[in-house]
Design a protein around this ligand. Sequence first.
Ligand code: PNS
Length: 161
Amino acid sequence: MPSRAVYPGSFDPLTNGHLDLIERSLRIFDELVVAVVTNPAKTGLFTDVERVEMIREATHELRAIEVVIFDGLLVDLVARVGARAIIRGLRAVSDFEYEFQMALMNRKLREEIETVFLMPHEAYSYISSRLIKEVAGYGGTVTGLVPKAVEKQLLAKFPRR
Ligand code: PNS
């Protein structure tokens, strides 16, 4: 049976760091489900549908990827799609505490599902969706930090000054 993992996140928007993790995941797993998780507590810059479209466009050359919108408990999605692992990225020690808590809670909920932490390329270790939005919002350039499809959408939201 092909091995399958789920890579969940807000992806508001997808960055080159996320894309790097998607590619690394596909070196380990046969199939990857990228799950755009709807969070009613967070108002995003992009709608869920826009986020999915950007991810699809940025990954169209990659095989064995499915992009879905998800609302609910992550472990339920993982079980439903027949995956056995959750992929999360660790950029720096500062990510660890939050990730550690989530991984242990997910293990408590369904112990058969493992969280696999991957490190993005060091060139992307300082990139976050939050900083990308901040820089783009003030008219700064994010070329090389996000996929072209995302850069285009950011320019549409925040025209260069
Ligand atoms: O990109 P983010 O915002 O850091 O991703 C966080 C995400 C979406 C992975 C997390 O909030 C999540 O899994 N949400 C789904 C609801 C859930 O299962 N909560 C319990 C996780 S311990």
